[in-house]
Design a binder for this molecule. Structure first.
Ligand code: NAD
Length: 530
């Protein structure tokens, strides 16, 4: 194993440089030139056209088809799990340092293809340039970080200090991991979950989100080129309710790693808890789910910062991040001025196609997301005062893209549906609080506990928030999205998920079983010579 430098986050691309702008434009052209290609199910390197297809569309311009992706059914799922089970016996024996080396090679490949991968995210997921670039950088971070983490955890630990006895504590992989990923971080989350499972010695059956299955195929290609044995990784695009549900119930699956909605996550947890004939392991589920995140704006907050931070957190990637701010809880004394400045700031955001570098707010992922967000905008008119409604240029309609511009709703009641349910889109509710204690109470009043933020200049309030604003990731005087691997390990609790934080020191432990071996070393006499 080569000498590794300490982990460092991958820097973001500086798009103010004309060179980088050109590279990104060229990459978008290259990805466009591949439109319409077919991507097949890949079981241990064997490509399968199943006869059923999902079309992956550009959400900014749905008449553009990114590609056709073969839909895996239960037959393919069965084959993939059987192949993964067989391969486990040999993959688990590959030394951890070698498995880590594969991840580092994959990271290198992602780095080389950085613009191309970001361009695919722009076109397939509707992320704007900077957000797409951050998605790729995060994928590199996960690969680099988990490689190092595995090296740390691979060393058996000697426990206790009783004379005449050696106690070794070490970790072993669990078996077959099913990875079910969402579309909103099509590369980073998929790479994070799959690489964690692989590096710990599990074999992987990977089911990407329907909307971003082409990116799933690109990730598969990267793993194939990194040299990971083909039988250790299987690409199984398909419909969540069909192939996803089948995989969750399969008796030979040992770990399920899921990121997505609360509804699906809870179903998975329930189904995975049932043991089935032939099952040898109790399934472990790692589920990262939704949020209803709040930013509190205190009476003495720096409003320039608070407005900027709230706008970025609420409308970055059109509010389609699990960490996005969807409630601004504002103290009475600065409410009017904050709201006035917030609305003006949001009006200035450019809404448009994701591949246009001017765009700040792009399209939603698909038609069903658009319908849902529109129904919440309808609800907003009943539950609050709509200050800004679906703010965007009218001509966008012509493109057929799934656009919903920013919406701001004031005077929202803390217990209303608008203030309690996750809305995966650019809809921000503003809630007024009489004092800081009430603001904190409102902030934690939902069933979720993912991210939260506070803008304040009061040390006492900052201290109080650290204690009582109980969410997985709390941010003070900065936006609440964009957690970085290792620096801000990420994940929530309550209905936001179960498991330890992605990109943090406990994450890999979930993929392994700890074992203890105790040896009495007080043997008498000599062992006979062999
Ligand atoms: P989703 O739950 O609809 O889908 C996620 C994945 O689950 C997809 O691959 C889908 O095909 C699959 N799936 C659907 N039904 C299934 C079933 N019955 N059995 C097995 N698999 C099934 O979520 P989404 O729309 O892709 O993503 C958005 C959601 O993800 C939001 O709620 C967001 O908050 C959450 N999210 C959470 C985090 C986090 O770290 N906590 C990160 C990103 C996204």
């Amino acid at each position: 194993m080569r000498e590794l430098k300490p982990f460092q986050n991958e820097p973001m691309t500086d798009f103010s440089k004309p060179l980088n702008q050109n590279l990104m434009r060229e990459a978008i052209d290259v990805v466009r030139s591949r439109f319409g290609r077919e991507y097949l199910v890949d079981i241990g390197g064997r490509k399968i056209a199943t006869g059923r297809w999902i079309d992956s569309l550009n959400p900014s311009l749905p008449s553009e088809k990114i590609g056709r992706v073969a839909v895996a059914g239960t037959g393919e799922a069965q084959q993939a799990v059987a192949a993964a089970s067989r391969a486990f016996e040999s993959w688990r024996e590959v030394p951890p340092s070698e498995r880590a080396e594969f991840l580092l090679r994959a990271a290198e490949m992602v780095r080389k293809r950085r613009f191309e991968l970001a361009a695919l995210i722009v076109l397939e997921a509707g992320k704007q340039w900077r957000e797409a670039d951050a998605d790729v950088a995060e994928a590199i971070d996960f690969l680099e970080y988990y490689a190092r983490e595995m090296l740390r955890l691979a060393e058996p630990r000697r426990m206790g200090n009783a004379p005449g006895e050696v106690n070794l504590y070490f970790y072993e992989p669990r078996g077959v991991a099913v990875v079910i990923s969402p579309w909103n971080f099509p590369l980073a989350i998929a790479a994070g979950m799959t690489s964690a499972a692989l590096v710990t010695g599990n074999t992987v059956v990977f089911k990407p989100a329907e909307q971003t299955s082409v990116m799933g195929a690109y990730l598969t290609e990267i793993y194939r080129e990194s040299g990971i044995p083909k039988e250790a990784f299987h690409y199984l695009p398909g419909i969540g309710e069909e192939v996803g549900a089948y995989l969750v119930e399969h008796p030979s699956v040992d770990v399920i790693v899921f990121t997505g909605s609360k509804e699906v996550g809870l179903q998975i947890i329930e189904k995975a808890a049932m043991t089935r004939p032939g099952q040898k392991n109790i399934k472990r589920v790692v589920a990262e789910m939704g949020g209803k995140n709040a930013i509190i704006v205190d009476s003495d907050a720096d409003l320039d910062e608070a407005v900027l931070g709230t706008v970025r957190s609420a409308f970055g990637y059109q509010g389609q991040k699990c960490s996005a701010c969807s409630r601004a809880i504002v103290l009475e004394d600065c409410y009017n001025i904050f709201v006035e400045r917030l609305v003006e700031a949001v009006k200035s955001l450019t809404v448009g196609p994701a591949d246009d570098p001017k765009t700040v707010v792009g399209p939603l992922i698909d038609e069903s997301a658009l319908r849902k967000v529109r129904s919440y905008i309808g609800l907003a008119e009943q539950e609050g005062t709509v200050l800004l409604k679906d703010h965007r240029p009218a001509e966008l309609e012509k493109s057929g893209g799934y656009y919903a511009g920013p919406t701001i709703v004031a005077e929202v009641k803390p217990d209303s549906r608008l203030a309690q349910e996750e809305i995966f889109g650019p809809v921000l509710s503003v809630i007024q609080a009489k004092n800081f204690a009430e603001a904190l109470e409102i902030a934690v009043s939902t069933e979720y506990a993912l991210t939260g933020g506070l803008f304040s200049r009061s040390p006492a309030h900052i201290e109080e928030a650290q204690k009582r604003f109980r969410v997985g990731n709390l941010y003070i005087n900065r936006p609440i999205t964009g957690a970085l691997v290792e620096r801000q390990p990420f994940g929530g609790f309550k209905m936001s998920g179960v498991g330890s934080k992605a990109g943090g020191p406990d994450y890999l432990l979930q993929f392994m079983e700890p074992r203890t071996v105790t040896e009495n070393t007080m043997r008498r006499g000599f062992a006979p010579q062999a």
